[in-house]
Design a protein around this ligand. Structure first.
Ligand SMILES: [Zn+2]
Length: 233
């Protein structure tokens, strides 16, 4: 069995009312519309499309860009490259071209159609929304992000998309330059990825399946890592 060759790992945060969100408002609420006394418990989900681990489609920013439902499924099942900068990433760190050079020197070139995850270690604060959003006195958030030059390199590698374990690859004072570059190039972005430390830097895969709304620009996603068992030793 092909699937026996892989260990599966959930790279998705669990949704709850208390998760950190971009605006700080409640990110996820389940309303009970009917209960067991009427046989079934029926719930209505109230959430921001961008709550928790979620995907931004190109149409999030580009009016004529692909919506969630337009992203080919082949682009959502990808070889995974995990660029781990967690040892040096402080709250103002930007992943630099040098980080990609170091990665490629050790693990080989980032191939087209890969999904590149920037593992900054910030996921560990997800259960502490105040720390995860990390507002300064001016109301700006601080968490590790991606530099414009490194984003350009990743576009040049023709990746399917990029992911990060923070609220965004752009910090709140960055003019959304990374979003503009990546979504403008038809790539997608997955934000609030959970702990990827069990994933190999290269050789694993991810399956990232969003809720499929026809005109959706963002959607919650369940992202699963596949680790080849032979790489586990
Ligand atoms: Zn975004």
């Amino acid at each position: 069995m092909l699937l026996n060759q892989y260990k599966f790992i959930d790279l998705t945060h669990t949704l709850s009312p208390n998760i950190p969100t971009w605006t700080g408002s409640c990110g996820f609420h389940l309303e009970i519309k009917r209960d067991y006394d009427q046989m079934f418990r029926v719930q209505q989900i109230k959430m921001h499309a961008s709550a928790g681990t979620h995907i931004d489609a190109p149409s999030h920013l580009i009016p004529e860009g692909k919506s969630i439902a337009d992203i080919p499924i082949e682009h959502l099942i990808s070889p995974a490259c995990i660029v781990d900068v967690s040892k040096k990433a402080d709250s103002d760190y930007e992943v630099l071209p040098e980080d990609l050079t170091l990665y490629e020197r050790e693990f080989g070139k980032i191939e087209a159609r890969s999904f590149v995850i920037l593992a900054t270690g910030w996921h560990r604060f997800f259960s502490n929304p105040e720390k995860y959003r990390n507002l300064d006195k001016e109301g700006k958030m601080h968490f590790p992000a991606l530099s414009k030059d490194a984003a350009k390199i990743l576009c040049g590698r023709d990746v399917s998309g990029i992911g990060i374990d923070t609220l965004s690859p752009d910090c709140s004072d960055m003019d959304y330059r990374v979003h503009r570059l990546l979504l403008g190039a038809g790539k997608y972005i997955i934000e609030n990825i959970a702990d990827t430390s069990a994933m190999p830097p290269k050789g694993g895969f991810v399956i990232a399946l969003p809720l499929k709304g026809s005109a959706s620009t963002e959607a919650p996603v369940r992202i699963i890592g596949l680790i080849p068992k032979h790489s586990l030793g």
